[in-house]
Design a protein around this ligand. Structure first.
Ligand SMILES: [Zn+2]
Length: 366
C-alpha cells in the first residue's frame, strides 16, 4: 500500500476536457458510419458489375491455364472475371508466381455456372501437413536441437464443445540437457536440481510435448510449456511455478519399468539432510488423483499400465518425480512413459499426445 495521488476532480478544466472528448467521439462515430456506408455502396456496385460482366458480357467460360505460370494464370483468370486459388492441399507458403500450373478445376471451357473460383495445382509444391495427415507424422525425425516450434503435422484433434471457456494446461516436457547436480531449495531443503534423464528421453519427451501442445491448442486449450527449448535447464521448483499459472500440470518422463501415471499423495514428505519435512497439500493431492484417473483410461492405449500415487516415490521420495510435484498448487501428474513405444518413434509419441488430449478432455468435461 503506497501513497496514491487522486486525480483532480470537479475542476472546470477537467469537465471541459470530457465534453470535448464526447464531441470528438460523436464526430468520429458519425464519420465512421458515413465511410462504412460508402464502402458498402461501392462494394455492392463493384459486385454487381462483376456479376453483370461475367453473366452477360464475358460469358462464363473458364479459361485454360494449365501450362502457364501461376502469375500468368492469375491474370488470365481474373481478366475473365474469376478468382484464382492454389489448391489448399498444397503448401503455397513460399513464392509461387513462376511455378507451372499442372491442373485446374473447373476444366477449361466449362460453363462454371455460379462458380467463380478456379482452383489450380502447381508443379513442385509439397502437400500441406493437414492434407498429408497422420502418415506425415510418422516420417518426422526427432526434433533437432532447440526446436521449439510446435509440430504442425498433427491431424485435427477433437474439437471443443461450442462455447466452452478456454482451459489452461501446462506441459512439463522433462529433462534439460545434462544434470544440474544438487540444487537446494532454501525454503524447503529439497533438491530441485534436474537430472539428465534416460537415453533418448529428453528428445522423445520434447517431441510428445510438441505434438500434445499442437493437438491441445487445436482442441481449444491454452498450453504453456515449462521449457523454451529441448535442452533448456529449468529447476524442478521453477517448472512447478510455471505449472501453477495453469489449471493442471502434466509432467512427461519415461522409464524402462514404471509405465505409470503417478500423482502426489497427501501426507507424503521428503527430507534432504536435516531440512524440514515438506508435505503435499491435501487439496492438490485429491485434485491430482482425479486428473490421474481421467488420463489413465486414454493412456492405457498408449503404453501406460499403472495408475498410482507417489508413496515411496519412484526412489524413496528422493527422486525428481516426487520433488517436481510437491511444489504444485494445481492438480499434477507425472507420466512415466514406455520407451519401447515413444523412443525415436514419432507415431508412438503422437499416440501419447492424442491420449493426453483425450484425458484432458475427460478431466475438464467430467
Ligand atoms: Zn525422467
Amino acid at each position: 500500500m503506497g501513497k496514491e495521488q487522486k486525480p483532480p476532480t470537479g475542476s472546470s478544466r477537467h469537465q471541459r476536457k470530457m465534453t470535448l472528448d464526447e464531441e470528438h467521439r460523436h464526430y468520429v462515430r458519425r464519420n465512421a458510419m458515413i465511410v462504412a456506408g460508402a464502402v458498402l455502396a461501392v462494394g455492392i456496385l463493384a459486385g454487381g458489375l462483376v456479376f453483370f460482366y461475367v453473366f452477360f458480357v464475358g460469358g462464363h467460360r473458364v479459361p485454360k491455364v494449365v501450362g502457364l505460370t501461376y502469375d500468368q494464370a492469375r491474370k488470365k483468370v481474373e481478366a475473365a472475371g474469376f478468382y484464382i486459388e492454389i489448391d489448399p492441399m498444397q503448401d503455397s507458403s513460399g513464392k509461387c508466381g513462376d511455378l507451372e500450373v499442372t491442373e485446374q478445376d473447373p476444366k477449361a471451357g466449362t460453363d462454371a455456372g455460379e462458380e467463380l473460383m478456379v482452383t489450380v495445382r502447381l508443379k513442385g509444391l509439397h502437400e500441406t501437413p493437414e492434407a498429408a495427415g497422420v502418415e506425415s507424422t510418422t516420417s518426422l525425425n526427432p526434433a533437432p536441437e532447440n526446436t521449439d516450434q510446435p509440430v504442425e503435422s498433427a491431424p485435427a484433434a477433437s474439437l471443443p464443445a461450442a462455447g466452452r471457456t478456454t482451459h489452461s494446461v501446462c506441459i512439463d516436457p522433462g529433462h534439460g540437457s545434462g544434470s544440474m547436480g544438487t540444487v537446494l531449495d532454501e525454503a524447503t531443503g529439497l533438491d530441485i536440481g534436474d537430472g539428465d534423464g534416460a537415453a533418448g528421453e529428453r528428445v522423445a519427451m520434447w517431441q510428445i510435448a510438441q505434438y500434445a501442445k499442437t493437438r491441445l491448442e487445436q482442441a481449444g486449450y491454452s498450453v504453456t510449456l515449462t521449457k523454451g527449448s529441448q535442452d533448456e535447464k529449468v529447476t524442478l521448483k521453477r517448472r512447478a511455478e510455471i505449472g501453477n499459472t495453469c489449471e493442471i500440470t502434466i509432467r512427461l518422463h519415461y522409464d524402462t519399468s514404471l509405465h505409470a501415471v503417478i500423482y502426489p499423495a497427501e501426507g507424503q514428505y521428503k527430507q534432504h539432510g536435516s531440512s524440514p519435512r515438506v508435505y503435499v497439500d491435501p487439496q492438490v493431492a485429491r485434485g491430482s488423483e482425479v486428473l490421474a484417473e481421467a488420463l489413465f483410461g486414454p493412456l492405457q492405449g498408449a503404453g501406460i499400465t499403472k495408475k498410482r500415487n507417489d508413496t515411496g516415490g519412484t526412489s524413496n521420495n528422493s527422486g525428481s518425480a516426487y520433488v517436481g510435484s510437491v511444489f504444485s498448487k494445481v492438480p499434477v501428474v507425472l507420466i512415466e512413459n514406455d520407451p519401447g513405444l515413444v523412443r525415436d518413434n514419432p507415431g508412438g509419441q503422437d499416440r501419447v499426445a492424442q491420449a493426453l488430449v483425450d484425458g484432458v478432455n475427460a478431466y475438464f468435461n467430467r
